[in-house]
Design a protein around this ligand. Structure first.
Ligand code: ATP
Ligand code: MG
Length: 553
């Protein structure tokens, strides 16, 4: 498959009509796309990598093709093969992509892990997935080593980097040195790995509770064709940066398959410390990045900088996903850069489901329309479809040959899977409504919706109103028990520098919300905190605020 066949739709409707994907039999991204493309065009740019010290490396397709073959062979010699599972913790090192591709070649499943995992988290992940190996950054090896005594499934530990690894560990360079550039793995049954073999075990963000283990097979990368080629609007010559840790599903949305399938180059910024918005703006300008994607939180911080003082003239397309983008942020970004932000919605369990494509008029605050290939319906509590304007759960109608990139279940948890896959639909657990033009408006997760005096209130709309007040940097809106209303709206706020909590400020913020949104939505309870509880991927954990409130009485 070659990306040169990119469609140029004039409208969303035309796109739906034209778009189709043929899934090759026993498809394996590493062999059938990467190696095949590298054979034809070895020097095609694949990645620009900038490390924490600012050193830049330009890497081509041949590099990833050869390096992943070498590593795959070295790992095969050390007992890794089809059906094995491997935990990877490598920040945004080049070796992360090489390792994942090597595992694809072997038919072993990758378990991406963020570097912030504690030894207990590592133990939990290794135990749940029965991981046979850990491949991690030298600086994280000591932490991973602590998990070893309680992890009997582990038989191989590989450390990447210069530092001396703990006893019993193998160096990445030694594994790699045992391989050759043109290694191809063949299973004992003569078949090359691919197709319905397990590709990934992703852990979800854990926003609502313990992270869930989502399984995807080898056809999953093709589900991201729409992500890279159309949502990110990529074509040969583009340089795309998605800001995400390699430990989450989102990183392969934006830093891997769809981008390479589109013929674009992946930009990787391997910063190690705390994220700073001015450093990001410098990176965008200095490396002439053309397409950019980041969660709304990042844009919230960016718009507080002097964006116009950076040369962003190469940047032509901006996208966001993961949480709802507040419309005030959309407007500020447009004001300082002239660019719209195109929203996308999806889950670790899926690929892009709802999206504003570049050939659609963005409606700030809306997540867009269904992506082609995904049969999206809004269902009410009786599993009946909702008419325009009526809120329902975002569901995916299941069917043969549809929904390319939908997960195959939660690992070893058929009962948990059955709670979301039933009656012919996958249930996302998220609520939305659609307008007369077919645009979807996200309301929140089922559990996050607030029921107050007969009204249903989505936290996002109130949070959006709150952060449009100059004193408020971040806001989380939850329901608290109220004897009269059932639930009352509560706002937990982080204030901007120079503001202090006071009764006057609370009143002013409440009045502001009453003005910019329907007055019944204003927060009757306001709490000020230094930091909101968040997942390590940066999502607000509203469930944790509710739990704390319950405990406090
Ligand atoms: P967990 O399932 O462990 O509680 P999580 O659902 O946050 O965590 P992810 O799969 O990373 O884990 O996130 C998917 C969820 O993120 C969606 O179900 C939705 O609630 C939210 N989301 C994704 N994109 C958007 C968006 N554009 N607007 C609003 N919410 C979004
Ligand atoms: Mg989820």
């Amino acid at each position: 498959m070659h990306p040169s066949g990119k469609l140029k739709p004039g409208s969303y409707e035309e796109f739906l009509e034209q778009f189709s994907v043929t899934v090759p039999e026993n498809f394996n991204f590493a062999y059938d796309f990467l190696d095949a493309e590298a054979a034809q065009d070895p020097t095609r740019p694949a990645m620009v990598h900038v490390d924490d010290a600012g050193n830049r490396r330009d890497l081509d397709l041949a590099f990833f093709s050869n390096e992943s073959s070498r590593l795959a062979e070295g790992l095969a010699k050390r007992g890794i093969g089809p059906g094995d599972t491997v935990l990877i913790m490598l920040y945004r090192r080049v070796e992360w992509w090489i390792t994942v591709l090597a595992l694809h070649k072997l038919g072993a499943a990758a378990i991406p892990g963020p570097h912030l995992l504690t030894p207990k988290d590592i133990e939990f992940r290794v135990e749940c997935a029965k991981a046979k190996a850990i491949i991690c950054e030298d600086g994280l090896a000591a932490k991973a080593d602590e998990a070893r005594p309680n992890s009997p499934s582990l038989s191989l530990l590989v450390s990447v980097g210069e530092a001396e690894p703990p006893a019993g560990w193998t160096r990445y360079d030694d594994v790699r040195a045992d391989g050759t550039d043109d290694f191809v793995y063949t299973r004992p049954d003569g078949r090359r790995p691919g197709g319905s073999d397990l590709l990934y075990i992703f852990f979800t963000s854990g926003t609502t509770g313990m992270p869930k283990m989502v399984t995807h097979t080898h056809t999953y990368p093709l589900g991201h064709l729409t992500t890279g080629m159309y949502w990110h609007d990529l074509r040969p010559g583009d340089l795309h940066l998605t800001l995400s840790d390699t430990g989450w599903g989102k990183s392969v949305w934006g830093k891997f398959y769809g981008q390479l399938l589109a013929g674009a180059c992946i930009f990787t910024w391997d910063f190690r410390g705390k994220f700073t918005p001015d450093a990001l703006l410098e990176i965008l300008a200095a490396h002439k990045i053309t397409s950019f994607c980041a969660p709304p939180t990042v844009y919230r911080f960016l718009v507080r900088e002097e964006v116009t003082s950076y040369d962003l003239s190469s940047l032509r397309h901006c996208t966001t996903a993961g949480e709802l983008l507040n419309s005030s942020v959309f407007e500020s970004w447009k004001l300082s850069t002239g660019m719209d932000i195109y929203e996308g919605y999806g889950q670790t369990e899926t690929c892009l489901q709802l999206v504003t494509f570049p050939f659609m008029e963005p409606k700030p605050g809306s997540i867009g329309k269904p992506a082609p290939g995904w049969d999206i319906v809004l269902l009410d509590d009786n599993c009946d479809p909702c008419p325009p304007g009526v809120e329902g759960e975002i569901c995916i109608r299941l069917g043969e040959g549809r929904n390319l990139g939908l997960f195959t279940g939660y690992l070893n948890e058929p009962e948990k899977t059955a709670t979301v896959v039933h009656d012919g639909f996958y249930h996302t657990g998220d609520k939305a409504w659609a307008d007369e033009d077919g645009y979807y408006w996200f309301m929140g997760r089922n559990d996050d919706l607030i029921k107050s005096s007969g009204y249903r209130i989505g936290p996002f709309e109130v949070e959006t109103a709150l952060v449009s007040h100059p004193a408020v940097v971040e806001a989380a809106v939850t329901g608290v028990p109220d004897p009269v209303r059932g639930q009352a709206v509560k706002a937990t706020l982080v204030l901007a520098q120079g503001y202090e909590p006071s009764e006057e400020l609370t009143k002013d913020i409440q009045d502001h919300v009453k003005k910019v949104t329907a007055p019944y939505k204003y927060p009757r309870v306001v709490d000020y905190v230094d930091e909101l509880p968040k997942t390590i991927s940066g999502k607000i954990k509203r469930a944790e605020i509710r739990e704390r409130d319950e405990q406090a009485g």
